[in-house]
Design a protein. Structure first.
Length: 659
């Protein structure tokens, strides 16, 4: 195992090609990061290697720079393949390749991922591509269609291998690796090293060099971490108060879903904040414009999801607000790492509802850092911040160079009207502020969450999700992770928005957002998982969560009851039929109606026939007398018949009992 050097040399000592080195220097990189300094020589040498380092340590340049230095631009077949877990990361890595290859004439890189039309990818592949960056699902699809040739592949990179494992892509990755030449070089990068990733390394890497950075799951000390306990319905008001009371150049607010990015942005804009959403379903060109405006200072607040903010590096970000709790520790570290870059100071605020207290404690245990509790900014705190900002505007204006005309104008005004300079300054301040009050006069709300408070968020099992059936099941050796990974990438759905998955013998039911667009449903029908197309279709109202028919009508004897009449049900063991049909064997004909052989209904008892019925007939036994008195109907039990093999009639209560 190689430990990164402490005193790192410059990029000019790493034997990179001149065009690549000039591009790096033009970008402004002087000293390589630890992972870059340790891994670039191995990749240049063509040796298999494992780089274990966390997100945000510069892994992309660690493999992109040496790959570009070893390229043969005359050969337009794919010479390098980079597998990434998400479409956002694939786009980011492809853009990095393009930037580093600014001086390589004729260089072509192609990102391929789900949700993109095949036609454009096929045209680009036909023209020739040097580097492919893609998600496992779409790369595997091209290989099966024979539209991607890896015969000239020199280097295969697995970027964030542990994330691909978590999303269920690890089997697809192994399949892709088996389709590559045995002579290719493999560079595996991962933040952690689970057993499945270690097995891939042992099976497919040849005597790899191992470079491991000190594994730290903690946040850098230059970032101040705080949490605010509140109720879920108080989050928006709390967010505006925190934004007003803090004085940071730019803020990024993390939410859980892409729908939340749009909704929260609308609420912030209504409160006067220059903000914009950043999520996976926003077109790439629009995302780029948002990031550029964020860098230039045209936007002060960006509301983003985890996937969309992966790799986001904006120097202005001084504050990260976790509006929604992150899904895991890695997500928290990644979010907070968007601020405090390059040794600068930053702040991170975490909104915690009563149900999320345990998760807060888990973060503290895992990072080994205590997160400071904060109080909701009061009106006094907000007013102090407003006054400080107003004073700073005055200071910045006094220091400007173009004040001669304003100075002369105000001097003339004071002389003409015998006005004091201070009175004139106060009047100008009033003009600048307009009708908006400088001070906040709102009352401080009560912010002591009750222990039994319940958030109002929609659970994954409620109406926010809808069941869909896919034609892949246990018999096809599919796992829930495979389904989640394919849908998350191909339809650009955050995995947190995918609900329960029930895998049956030859199909599965997956719960997806009920507002899933029709075009995404159509696209998912043709997506391949475990060697089969999903053929996604709504489970429908007549199917339960397992995709089986529902709504069996209740059993009723005879005709249905009239509307408004409550049917009467006999209590078990209490009902005795008035007419007892004679036992029959299996070959007996069906019973005839009452008019053809069954005694008519007896007349009501009177005093006369009652006394006659009790008298036995002479010459006959007691039993016969009673039978005669009842006109052939006996109250006594019938004489037992010999047991026959005839099947007993099915009782009403037994019809729906499982056999």
């Amino acid at each position: 195992m190689t430990t990164p050097p402490t005193d790192r040399p410059g990029f000019d000592t790493l034997c990179l090609s001149d065009p690549v080195l000039k591009a790096v220097q033009k970008i402004g990189y002087d000293t390589p990061s630890p992972i870059q300094a340790a891994t670039i020589p191995y990749v240049l040498e063509g040796r298999d290697m494992i780089g274990q380092a966390q997100t945000g340590t510069g892994k992309t340049a660690a493999f992109a720079l040496p790959i570009l230095s070893n390229l043969d631009l005359k050969d337009t077949r794919p010479q390098a393949l980079v597998l990434a877990p998400t479409r956002e990361l694939a786009i980011q890595v492809a853009e990095a390749f393009q930037n580093y290859a600014a001086n390589l004439k004729g260089f072509h890189v192609l990102p391929i991922y789900g949700g993109q039309p095949y036609e454009g990818q096929l045209r680009r592949l036909a023209r020739g591509v040097h580097v492919i960056v893609g998600t496992p699902g779409r790369v595997m699809d091209h290989l099966k269609r024979k539209t991607l040739d890896l015969g000239a592949l020199k280097t295969l990179v697995l970027d964030e291998a542990d994330e691909m494992l978590r999303m269920g892509f690890i089997e697809d990755v192994e399949w892709i690796m088996e389709q590559t030449p045995s002579s290719r070089q493999v560079a595996l990068f991962s933040a952690t090293m689970p057993d499945a990733v270690a097995r891939i390394a042992s099976r497919h890497l040849d005597d790899p060099a191992v470079v491991e950075l000190q594994a730290t799951s903690s946040v850098t000390e230059n970032i101040r971490q705080r949490y605010l306990p509140l109720q879920w319905q108080q989050k928006v008001d709390a967010l505006t108060r925190v934004l007003e009371a803090t004085d940071y150049d730019a803020t990024i607010v993390f939410v859980r879903t892409r729908k939340d990015t749009a909704e929260l942005t609308t609420k912030l804009e209504a409160r006067g904040y220059a903000s914009a959403p950043l999520s996976g379903d926003i077109p790439q060109a629009q995302r780029e414009r948002t990031i550029n405006r964020f860098k230039k200072g045209e936007i002060d607040v960006v509301v983003a999801t985890d996937v969309a903010a992966r790799g986001l590096d904006v120097d202005r970000i001084g504050h990260v607000i976790n509006f929604d709790m992150p899904g895991d520790l890695e997500a928290y570290v990644h979010r907070v790492g968007r601020t405090g870059r390059a040794g600068r100071e930053g702040a991170a605020t975490l909104f915690v509802t009563p149900r999320e207290q345990r998760w807060l404690q888990s973060i503290e245990r895992a990072t080994g850092q205590k997160i400071e509790k904060m109080s909701l900014p009061s009106a006094a705190d907000i007013n102090e911040a407003r006054i400080a900002r107003f004073k700073q505007r005055i200071t910045d204006t006094i220091g400007s160079d173009d004040l001669e005309l304003a100075t002369q104008t105000l001097t003339d005004y004071c002389e003409e009207h015998a006005a004091k300079p201070l009175d004139v300054a106060v009047a100008l301040a009033r003009i600048v502020l307009g009708e908006s009050p400088l001070l906040d006069e709102r009352e401080q709300p009560a912010w002591s969450p009750k222990p039994d408070a319940r958030p109002l968020r929609v659970k994954a099992s409620d109406d926010a999700l809808r069941p869909y059936r896919i034609e892949v099941g246990r018999t096809h050796n599919v796992r829930a992770g495979n389904i989640v990974g394919a849908i998350a990438n191909e339809a650009n759905i955050d995995s947190a928005n995918i609900g329960r998955i029930i895998i049956e013998h030859d199909f599965a039911i997956v719960h997806l957002p009920s507002d899933l667009p029709a075009e995404k449903i159509a696209h998912l029908r043709n997506v391949w998982v475990a060697g089969r197309q999903l053929h996604l279709a709504p489970a429908g109202p007549q199917q339960n969560h397992r995709g089986r028919p529902t709504g069996h009508p209740p059993h009723q004897r005879g005709s249905a009851p009239r509307a408004g009449v409550k049917p009467k049900y006999a209590k078990p063991g209490k009902h005795k039929p008035k007419y007892k049909p004679k036992p029959t064997n299996n070959h007996a004909a069906p019973a005839e109606p009452a008019s053809a052989g069954v005694s008519p209904k007896p007349k009501p008892k009177t005093k006369s026939n009652k006394s006659a019925a009790n008298k036995p007939i002479k010459g006959k036994g007691k039993t016969k007398g009673k039978q005669a008195g009842k006109k052939g109907v006996s109250k006594s039990k019938p004489r037992p018949k010999p047991k026959s093999k005839a099947k007993k009639p099915i009782k009403t209560s037994d019809r729906f009992k499982p056999k």
